[in-house]
Design a protein around this ligand. Sequence first.
Ligand SMILES: *Cc1c(COP(=O)(O)O)cnc(C)c1O
Length: 393
Amino acid sequence: MSFIPYGRQCIDDDDVGAVAAVLRSDYLTTGPTVEAFETALSSHVWADHSVVCSSGTAALHLAMLSLGLAKGDWAIVPSMTFAATANAVRYVGGEVIFADVDPDSGLMRPGDFEAALERAGAHHVRAVLPVHYAGQCADMPAIAEIAKSRNIAVIDDASHAIGTRYQGNGTEWSIGSCAHSSATIFSFHPVKTIAMGEGGAVTTKDNSFAQRLRRFRSHGIERNPAQFVNQDAAENPWYYELVELGFNYRASDIQCALGLSQLGKLDRFVSRRSELVARYDSLITPLSPTVLPIGRVSGCTPAWHLYPVLIDYSTIGRSRDFLMNAMREQGIGTQVHYIPLHTQPYYNDRYGELSLPGAEQFYERILSLPLYPQLTDSDQDRVVETLIYILQK
Ligand SMILES: *Cc1c(COP(=O)(O)O)cnc(C)c1O
């Protein structure tokens, strides 16, 4: 029996063909496929501007740079996320205030945001980075309202949530449209919903923000003569200006060809993922309340990235360590998303002991079961049968 990982990419012959076509073309990077992917991404997530880049982490860094976040500024980040969300704040010299999350859904609630603001005291809070954990979305309208009243920028990390829609004020919104944020971040790492190998994107409604993102993506170099500081030199054909310190965070045409081809399958991926989530929900019902699905939020139509369950290890008398190893021996991969960031040595050393009971309770119980489009119904039956077998042993 083949090993079932917790997540994996779904690559077909047409994806391979799309990449091969670029390899045979004139442009391996800074060519037409980059823009084609950006245009398609904007239309999928209802964004005005998309800027693709080399990873989700680069996307977060670019957003922080373009916002002008710097030393002396603070940003609020939920503790239940991947390290990159908070690290990006540190890259630009900012400091992080960790927010707690709902102990059942893993999402930062508006009240958690407010409590973090209270802890921030007199510090200058410039940004908040809600994370759409597992594909469900944070309450964006409410978070946006609190942020607006204090002049705080909202940058949502949608690494898990491409394709997620939500309702607010009687309207349907799309994650990435930036209806309730200044910018949205995506990751296209192979474990995420669509793959570029490595890749990411930032979307925004603000044209000048998009221009700053593009400039930081390519060294901080300006090539538009209208923007030159030194207009006298503008006519020289070789001329360009380095106007600020940027990076090389570009994504190649090779990566964008894969992203574009994958994006064409996003709707199919999302619908198979939701089918699998509905099946998991019913298959694990007999294990309730020892094993429960994570809490569901209303007003959200998630494009599921993960299927985490909450397990009461003390009742079953088995540790998570035992369960994960036993599942692995039976050929099934599981993962823990995530160790609360405020407990990681780097952040603990920097900010001292902090207690965030929601994140800690969530972490104690969480385990992600395999979820990806090619997972068959019988693979999924095997996952749940194995889980039941081990828990009852
Ligand atoms: C994957 C991920 C990132 C980082 O994306 P990379 O493309 O791996 O750099 C950031 N935030 C969250 C929540 C993620 O899951």
